[in-house]
Ligand binder design. Structure first.
Ligand code: FEO
Ligand code: CA
Ligand code: CA
Length: 631
């Protein structure tokens, strides 16, 4: 049997290998459910249901061709690439803004091309593995907040065997290079640059003090020896996508937090090490990154409630470097992807949130209070109701409230074990919900459903059925799709919506069935695994990928991971940017004047971008050569 090298796996892949979802759902039941489903749909399960769910225009090749003649895109799309650099269309250029290890302060130890630099003051440099980000204009200062999702173990600790921490110093280095960077940037004649020593520069990492607020704050399951109140914690981890509130704060989302915890108790049985509450979230006996051996806070035999203090959305005020970040338990505990905030017509705050795991759910929070510009914002992310999405076969849908009445659970338990609550209300299991984006020019929202090899194969971690359905129409879905919904009454707080599939990724050069993708996928724009997403001020949909970049077989012609842009009306999608080989393109935001687009390049391969030493995850600034607006 081939032994898998854990250091080569991202935390979510690691989950799949090391914590395979239990076969607790007996095989017979799975097969029976798949067969009856197939019967119901008349034997054309995947393609039939997928076609029904596509917007009429998108399924028409005439319409796709017409779109070519009336393109809204101001550039000539680029070809797929397999090399080790970034490509953008003619008339555009890119430049690195910040790389892992770049000093944010004069007292930081410099970057070292052999090992990235010493642990000392590794929290004074730009972090690793960039992900979601947002810009903020504050009193004439341009601030940018950027997530650092997880370490690249062999790259960040090249001296450690298998990239596994060998001592507390190694753990400290990992802890310091993850989390969030807030920094001030400025545009100079040579391009965008970080202002070193700006009073706004800040690193938030795995040991930064946080407040815990909302329905689960103070609950017994959140109390630890170090924090008997259950209202303060240290650090934020696995910061994936992001969000921005209208009141100028940054939301960072804790995704695969489970991989940071393990037990050092060698005498305990597996079930003793993995408490019931851990199972649905994938907290297991051994961590992904080896923290538990050197930092007791991550040792579940010593701090059994610590995993309950992760998996939240954290609010950060980028304009106040002294502020304490706040964990909002009202937004639920999931493997949070991003947090897309919309304001309902009556002022209520709506937050859309994906839970990125195979067969998990799409969520929405609606506040009780209303947002008034300049008014108080306390409670707006906690005092309200969580909902989970049901996508009906007839392209309508409902947001199902997670309340004590609907779930039989107390409010604090709904917050801490949100997945268990969602499983009780007949919501729709999804193909790994990644980023949600809302349009600034139309009352609609999009969610990337990146892929799901388990669709139609086995249930989710809670035993919920994952047979193919119209919104997740393909079994063993390795390409992904983007679902779009329009809330009833043009109100994001309304409980009903209509939906369609904006695109089903696929490969029409390899397949002629549903795996060819929808009609707006063609030889010129092949991609797989849509993940990051943002909609610009004109309503165009920017799509980033984190998929198979092997460029062969089912993925032939896809090339490296990339960023595409889609027209929401015609469905046309074109390729704008390709990342270096090995990388994921993730994280996207604009400068205030919309003349710069900041794009994140996570885990590049080779020696990008320096051309020597270790590869370094970076943020690049993309501009038009004529300094025109690009979004
Ligand atoms: Fe961190 Fe689901 O991507
Ligand atoms: Ca992602
Ligand atoms: Ca990803």
């Amino acid at each position: 049997m081939t032994k898998i090298d854990p250091t080569q796996l991202s935390p979510d892949d690691w989950d799949e290998v090391n914590f395979p979802r239990p076969d607790e759902n007996d095989f017979d039941r799975v097969v029976e459910s798949a067969i009856s489903r197939r019967g119901f749909l008349g034997g054309v399960l995947a393609f039939g249901s997928g076609a029904a769910a596509m917007g009429a225009g998108l399924m028409s090749s005439t319409s796709a061709r017409a779109a070519q003649d009336t393109s809204r895109f101001a550039f000539t799309p680029i070809a797929a690439q397999t090399d080790n650099t970034v490509h953008v269309p003619e008339g555009y250029s890119w430049k690195v803004l910040a790389r892992w290890g770049d000093p944010l302060f004069s007292d930081a130890d410099g970057y070292d091309i052999t090992d990235g630099g010493p642990v000392d003051r590794s929290d004074r440099v730009f972090g690793e593995n960039t992900d979601g980000m947002e810009t903020f204009d504050f009193n004439g200062h341009t601030l940018i907040a950027i997530n650092h999702e997880y370490p690249n173990r062999k790259i960040n600790l090249p001296a450690a065997q298998e990239g596994k921490p060998a001592n507390a110093n190694d753990v400290k280095k990992f802890q310091n290079i993850q989390g969030v960077t807030v920094m001030e940037i400025t545009e100079t004649p040579e391009g965008w640059a970080v202002i070193k020593d700006s009073p706004f520069n800040r690193r938030i990492h795995h040991n930064t003090p946080m407040k815990i607020v909302g329905p689960a704050a103070g609950h017994d399951l959140l109390k630890t020896e170090a924090d008997p109140t259950g209202t303060t914690s240290l650090g934020t981890m696995n910061n994936c996508g992001a969000g921005k509130t209208p009141w100028g704060t940054y939301l960072t989302c804790e995704e695969n937090f489970n991989g940071y915890f393990g037990s050092t108790d060698e005498t305990a049985s597996y079930d003793q090490k993995v408490a019931d509450g851990f199972k649905r979230y994938g907290v297991k006996a051994e961590s992904w990154n080896g923290y538990e051996g050197f930092d007791p806070r991550f040792d579940t035999s010593k701090a059994p409630n610590e995993p309950h203090r992760a998996g939240w959305i954290v609010e950060i005020d980028p304009a106040d470097p002294e502020s304490t970040p706040v964990k909002h338990t009202g937004l639920g505990r999931l493997k949070h992807e991003n947090a897309e905030v919309a304001i309902a017509p009556d002022g209520r705050v709506v937050v859309y949130m994906g839970d990125d795991e195979r067969g998990e759910y799409l969520y929405r929070f609606v506040s009780n209070g209303t947002y008034q510009p300049g008014g108080p914002t306390e409670g707006l992310l906690n005092d309200g109701t969580l909902y989970v999405a049901r996508f009906n076969d007839d392209q309508t849908g409902q947001w199902l409230a997670l309340t004590p009445e609907s779930t039989g659970m107390e409010p604090a338990d709904i917050a801490i074990f949100t997945r268990l609550a969602a499983s009780k209300v007949d919501a729709t299991t999804m193909d790994r919900p990644e980023w949600v984006a809302t349009s600034p020019v139309a009352v609609e929202a999009y969610c990337c459903l990146t892929n799901n090899k388990n669709r139609g194969v086995k249930p989710n971690g809670g035993g919920d059925d994952t047979s193919a359905n119209p919104v997740n129409p393909r079994e063993t879905n390795h390409y992904g799709q983007i679902v779009r919904w329009r809330p009833a009454g043009d109100d994001h707080a309304a409980d009903g919506f209509d939906w369609d599939l904006y695109v089903m990724a696929g490969n029409p050069t390899v397949h002629s069935d549903a795996y060819a993708g929808s009609a707006n996928v063609n030889e010129g724009n092949l991609f797989n695994s849509p993940d990051g997403m943002a909609i610009d001020s004109t309503g165009l949909v920017w799509i980033q990928t984190d998929g198979d970049d092997g460029n062969e077989g089912d993925f032939l012609g896809n090339g490296n991971n990339q960023m595409l842009v889609g027209d929401p009306v015609t469905g046309e999608i074109v390729r704008f940017l390709t990342g270096p080989s090995g990388s994921e393109v993730t994280g996207l935001t604009w400068s205030d004047d919309l003349r710069t687009m900041f794009v994140g390049i996570q885990h590049p391969g080779g020696t990008w971008p320096d051309g020597e030493g270790l590869p370094r995850s970076s943020i690049i600034a993309v501009k038009r050569d004529d300094n025109g607006i690009l979004g």
